[in-house]
Design a protein around this ligand. Sequence first.
Ligand code: C2E
Ligand code: CA
Ligand code: CA
Ligand code: CA
Length: 274
Amino acid sequence: AKRGGRERVCLFDAAMDESQRFRQIIETGLRHAIAGDELALHYQPIVERNDLRTVGFEALLRWNSPDHGPISPAVFIPIAEESGLIDDLGEWVLNRALNDCRDWPGLFVSINFSPRQFKRANFVEWLDAHVAQAQVTPGNVQIEITETAIFEDTEWAADVLRELHSKGYRIALDDFGTGYSSLFNIKNFSLNCLKIDKSFIEGLGHDKHSAAIVSSIVHLARALGLNIVAEGVETDEQCQMLRLTGCSHMQGFLFGKPAAAAQAAAAHADSLPG
Ligand code: C2E
Ligand code: CA
Ligand code: CA
Ligand code: CA
C-alpha cells in the first residue's frame, strides 16, 4: 500500500507518454499522407424531405495509412488541428472537393472546416481564390463550421459569415445542439442551415426527450428561415418522424454511406427519374 501512490503516478506518466507517442506517430504519418497518395475524399448524399432527392454531398476525409490501416478523421483531425497540419490538409480537401463537385452540376458540395481553418487570417480570400480557380460557383459550395468556431469571437465571426453569405456561399452550422449556442444567439449569424447532431436523431423513437428537442429545434429554425439537416438518419422510423416534424433535409446511412466520388455520382444519376 505504501508504494501504491507511486505506482499510480508511474502508470499515469506511462499513459501520458503513450498518448504523446501516439500523437507523434499520427502527425508524422499525416505529413506523409498529404504528400503521398493515402488520402481520399468520400461523399455522402444530403436529401430533401419531400421526394428524398439528393441536393448535395458532404465531403468526408478518409486516410488509409500503409502502416496502420484506415484511421478515422475523428482521431486524426484533432491532431492535425493542434499541430497546424490542418492548413495543408484543409487545402488538399478544398481542392479535391472543388474538383470533384464539377461532376454533379446543380448539386452543392458541403465541406468541413475546423475552427482553426475558419479563424485563419484571410479565410474568405483563401477560399475565394480556390473556388475561382476551380471555376466553381460559390452557390454550389457549402461551408460546414461548428459552434466552437464562431462563439469564441462572435463579432468577428459574424462579419466573416456575412461576407461569405454575400458572396453566395451556403453556410451550415454543424453538430448543432452539442455545443453551447442557443437558437437565441444563432439569429445574429448569416446561416443557411443547421445540422442537428446525430446523437439526437439516434434517440428518436425510443426517447421522448430527443423527440422533443428535435422538434423544437426544427420549429424554431423554421421560424428563423433556416434549413435543417438531420444527421445520422438510419431507419425508416426516424425518417418518418423527421418528415412529420417538418425537418427540411436529411443525411445518413438510410440514404447513402460516404462513397468515392464516382460511386456517389453514379448512385445519384441512377436515382433520377427518366
Ligand atoms: P461530421 O462532420 O459530424 O460528419 C458526420 C459523421 O457521421 C461522418 O463520420 C459520417 O461518416 C458519419 N455518419 C453519416 N451518416 C451516419 C449514420 O447514419 N450513422 C452513423 N453512425 N454515422 C453516420 P466520419 O466520416 O468518421 O467523420 C468524423 C468527423 O471528422 C466529422 O464529423 C468531421 O467533424 C471530421 N471531418 C471529416 N472530414 C473532414 C474534413 O475534410 N475536414 C475537417 N476539418 N473535418 C473533417
Ligand atoms: Ca460535417
Ligand atoms: Ca456533424
Ligand atoms: Ca460530429
